[in-house]
Structure formats: structure tokens, C-alpha cells
Write a new protein. Structure first.
Length: 70
């Protein structure tokens, strides 16, 4: 089983979510970085530890752009 999981929505409020799995942490981080520049939501998780490592999201709001990276 692959250790790292990436889930992402390409469009804001998308009903479709893509998922990719990686064994190497460096590969997962590289793809996470690329996805953060192209997607509304990206989650990087450790499947062995069962925890979310990073969650990136952005939204256009009435007051402008909101970016969060947890």
C-alpha cells in the first residue's frame, strides 16, 4: 500500500475529486506543490499514520481572495 495520498478538486465547488498515491514523500510533496498552483483544494495525507499533513484551499469571496494552508 502506498504511504501518501493526495486528494484534490480541480475546480472550486467541484463534485469530482481526484486521488493519487505515492510511496516516496518527496514525490508526494512535489505533486502537492504543483497541484496547489492549479487546484482549489489539495490534501496531502499519510495513510499509515492516518492523518492529514497539509491542506491547501483558496476561494474567491466578496472581499477578495482567501487562501488557507493548514
Amino acid at each position: 500500500m502506498d504511504r501518501y495520498m493526495l486528494c484534490y478538486a480541480v475546480k472550486e465547488k467541484s463534485a469530482r475529486v481526484e486521488t493519487e498515491y505515492y510511496n516516496a514523500f518527496t514525490d508526494a510533496v512535489m505533486k502537492y506543490t504543483v497541484l496547489c498552483s492549479n487546484c482549489a483544494d489539495v490534501v496531502l495525507a499519510d495513510t499509515e499514520e492516518k492523518r492529514i499533513l497539509r491542506h491547501y484551499s483558496w476561494r474567491h469571496t466578496a472581499n477578495g481572495l482567501s487562501i488557507a494552508n493548514y
